[in-house]
Design a protein around this ligand. Structure first.
Ligand SMILES: [Fe+2]
Length: 145
C-alpha cells in the first residue's frame, strides 16, 4: 500500500497531503515522499503465513474507564497474532496509532519490551482506528478496526 513516508524517522502518514511537520520527529513537509510499498496490509497478502501473523497488529478497544474520564476507551495493539520476537537484531521498534487516519500517538520500544502498546483515547468516538507496527527487518504493517 502506498503512503507518504518521512525520510528522517520513517513515520507513515495516512493522508494524501504531507503534514506541515512530521508529528514524530518534527521534520518539515519536504522530507515526505510517496513510497509505493510503505505499508503491508492484510489485503496485500495472498497467503497469511507465520511472518504475517507476527507483524499485523491485533487491535482491541475496551471501555475501561482507565483514566477516570467517564466512558474512556483503551486501545490495545499487540504485534501480532503470534507475538513478534524482540531481539536486538530483530524487533518491533515503534507502534503508531491513528484515529480516522490522523496521527494520535506512538510508542517507542526497545528489544527488552514486549511488542504491545496501549493508549487511552478518552470518551471520543472515531470511525476508524489504525495501527502501524514498524519492524526493523520486515518493514511497516497496518491493521484497522
Ligand atoms: Fe519482523
Amino acid at each position: 500500500m502506498k503512503a507518504l513516508v518521512c525520510s528522517v524517522c520513517g513515520y507513515v502518514h495516512l493522508q494524501n497531503v504531507a503534514p506541515d511537520t512530521c508529528p514524530i520527529c518534527g521534520a518539515p513537509s519536504k522530507e515526505f515522499s510517496l513510497k509505493e510499498d510503505a505499508l503491508k496490509t492484510k489485503d496485500d497478502i495472498v497467503t497469511v503465513g507465520e511472518t504475517e501473523k507476527k507483524h499485523l497488529p491485533v487491535i482491541t478497544i475496551e471501555n475501561k474507564n482507565c483514566c477516570g474520564d467517564q466512558g474512556c476507551k483503551e486501545i490495545r495493539a499487540k504485534i501480532g497474532e503470534l507475538i513478534h520476537p524482540m531481539k536486538p537484531e530483530h524487533f518491533i521498534f515503534k507502534i503508531v496509532f491513528y484515529a480516522d487516519k490522523n496521527f494520535i500517538g506512538h510508542i517507542s520500544l526497545t528489544p527488552s519490551l514486549n511488542p504491545i502498546g496501549t493508549i487511552c483515547i478518552g470518551n471520543v468516538e472515531y470511525k476508524k482506528i489504525s495501527v502501524v507496527a514498524h519492524c526493523n527487518i520486515h518493514g511497516n504493517w497496518i491493521s484497522e478496526i
